[in-house]
Ligand binder design. Structure first.
Ligand code: C2E
Ligand code: CA
Ligand code: CA
Ligand code: CA
Length: 280
């Protein structure tokens, strides 16, 4: 028995070593990908549910690894957060969005202004120079900070507490809109919402997806929208995949929708074509 246990322990350890090695390799590769600009951004449209007009985009990072192919952000964002690489990665994302917005301002005159939302991780929010970094970036590149939005999950706000909230308050005072991402999946009490410096609530796609098959999810969606409106917040429904879902959301007076029903995250080169077809 004891022998077996020793055996198990050895096996367990070697598996851990393999995983650790794999993680280290990925970390080295990610560091290189950031330095050599092998990352790029896709942009997923966010539309007004009432008028079908394009309101803006969410920027989503993509990594094409030379040997592994596409690595999903669900895999490398947590790694980047654990290793601190999220700081240079996040700065690259912000810089790239600014560069893209400057181009769009000229290319998309007919539909401009559009907003672009950027995901921010908790580690970034506790960086002392985040506010000045964004300020300088906007000053040097963008015409206006009001086209910039930042998305933060509710669990990030809960975990990082006052410091994170103070940083967001500063950014919001500069005219940047703040969105709570994946709303409903964290642990924040609804009553706490009015204390946060936010403009928009994004309902997590798990609720939106299930609301057509499960009445409880419909209740949740309805309650979040009603509460958000009482607090003068806009609502974006994530993960809209069907006409039926859009209809329900529109009837609940949800302002905006995002999801495969409207568009997948798009490569910037395909966006002009998408807009031309969408606005027909
Ligand atoms: P998120 O912020 O919740 O982003 C939305 C995710 O839902 C995206 O996955 C998007 O492709 C996916 N999605 C959109 N519409 C639909 C739909 O109708 N159905 C389904 N099934 N999925 C939909 P993606 O691009 O894989 O990103 C995953 C997560 O990685 C993001 O979740 C975000 O938390 C993180 N992430 C992505 N880019 C960045 C970034 O630049 N910085 C940081 N810190 N995190 C990022
Ligand atoms: Ca997001
Ligand atoms: Ca989300
Ligand atoms: Ca999410």
């Amino acid at each position: 028995n004891a022998k077996k246990q020793v055996g198990n322990t050895v096996f367990f350890n070697s598996q851990m070593q393999t995983e650790e090695l794999e993680r280290l390799r990925l970390e080295v590769d990610l560091q290189q990908a950031i330095q050599q600009q092998h990352l790029h951004l896709n942009y997923q449209p966010i539309v007004c549910l009432n008028t079908n007009k394009l309101m803006g985009f969410e920027a989503l990072v993509r990594w094409q690894h030379q040997e592994r192919g596409w690595v999903s952000p669900g895999q490398f964002i947590p790694l980047a957060e654990q290793t601190g690489l999220i700081i240079p990665l996040g700065e690259w994302v912000l810089t790239e969005v600014c560069r893209q917005m400057k181009l769009w301002e000229q290319e998309l005159v007919n539909v401009w202004p559009l907003s672009v939302a950027v995901n921010l991780s908790g580690v970034q929010l506790t960086q002392p120079n985040l506010v000045s970094f964004i300020e300088n970036l906007c000053h040097n590149n963008c015409s206006n900070m009001i086209y910039f939005k930042l998305e933060v999950t509710e669990s990030v706000l809960m975990k990082n507490g006052e410091l994170a909230i103070e940083t967001l308050r500063k950014l919001r005072n500069k005219g940047i809109q703040i969105c709570i991402d994946d709303f409903g999946t964290g642990y924040s009490s609804l009553a706490y919402l009015h204390l946060l410096p936010i403009d928009t609530v994004k309902i997590d796609r798990s609720f939106v997806n299930q609301m057509t098959v499960d009445a409880r999810n419909l209740d949740i969606v309805e309650t979040i929208i009603a509460l958000a409106h009482r607090l003068d917040l806009n609502v974006v429904a994530e993960g809209v995949e069907s006409q039926a879902q859009q209809d329900i959301l529109r009837n609940l007076h949800c302002e905006y929708g995002q999801g495969y029903f409207f568009a997948r995250p798009l490569h910037p080169q395909t966006i002009i074509t998408w807009i031309a077809n969408w606005e027909l």
